[in-house]
Write a protein of this length. Structure first.
Length: 251
């Protein structure tokens, strides 16, 4: 049985005051979350505050990105061991916003996967097609290429130590959610693709959906056999909405 995971990607949002308010709201409502594992990924500067507030609660936390290097002259970068130093369990890698705005390639993302594992972090490995790619009928080709890059670089066993987040780019922050059928179809494809390398890894791997997931559409997405949770952007910034998604996994 795969335990659902609901993770919040706060992206580049928040202030110290709003982060404190959000964390207080999450702590107050987390007891109603019975089934899902829960995590938040704040901007790096807020990680010490998140650690101080969430230590000893069932909510885990993580980074939004990491460097492929462990230390050194890489201005502005954050190394995996720094994240683990502040109690991070997870780190998002390969988010489409980093692929698009920071030119991250499949190869670099695969290297980040290895760097995360080396630091003892669980990668939340994001994949997904753009609108143009979906309309051209190459969704499966795109996600297969993104997965294969990690399998080739890290090996399928290491892939199995992470979590995959399928995030169709056209559904991120647009209010356009993939239908449960569209999402399930791609999730099943992803699992089957990994099964070609290792069936046991494929069966155990959690595949989250991300893209305009909200309390109102979470239950119907999570009801699908290959959707094992969510990576939540906008709705993770409001405690009530995020907890609403987390409790949708209870049923
Ligand atoms: P939204 O939930 O805001 O669409 O963002 C999804 C996402 O990119 C999570 O990583």
């Amino acid at each position: 049985m795969r335990q659902p995971l609901v993770a919040g990607n706060w992206k580049m949002n928040g202030s110290l005051a709003s982060v404190r308010e959000l964390l207080a709201g999450l702590k107050a409502g987390i007891d109603d979350v019975k089934v899902a594992e829960v995590a938040v990924c704040p901007p790096a500067v807020f990680i010490p505050e998140v650690q101080a507030q969430l230590e000893g609660t069932p909510i885990a936390w993580g980074g939004q990105d990491l460097s492929v290097h462990e230390s050194g002259a890489y201005t502005g970068e954050i190394a995996g061991p720094m994240l683990t130093d502040f109690g991070c369990k997870y780190v998002i890698i390969g988010h489409s916003e980093r692929r698009t705005y920071h030119g991250e390639t499949d190869q670099l993302v695969a290297e980040k996967f290895t760097a995360a594992r080396k630091a003892g972090l669980v990668p939340l490995f994001c994949i997904g097609e753009t609108q143009e790619e979906r309309e051209s009928g190459i969704t499966e080709e795109v996600v297969a290429r993104q997965i294969d890059a990690v399998i080739e670089h890290c090996g399928v066993d290491m892939l199995g130590e992470g979590v995959i987040a399928y995030e169709p780019v056209w559904a991120i922050g647009t209010g356009l959610t993939a239908t449960p059928e569209q999402a399930q179809e791609v999730h099943a494809f992803i699992r089957q693709r990994i099964a070609q390398s290792n069936a046991e890894v494929a069966e155990g791997l959690r595949i989250l959906y991300g893209g305009s997931m909200k309390p109102g559409n979470a239950a119907e997405l999570l009801a699908n056999p290959d959707i094992d949770g969510g990576l939540i952007g906008g709705a993770s910034l409001k405690a009530e909405d995020f907890l609403g998604i987390c409790t949708a996994a209870n049923d």
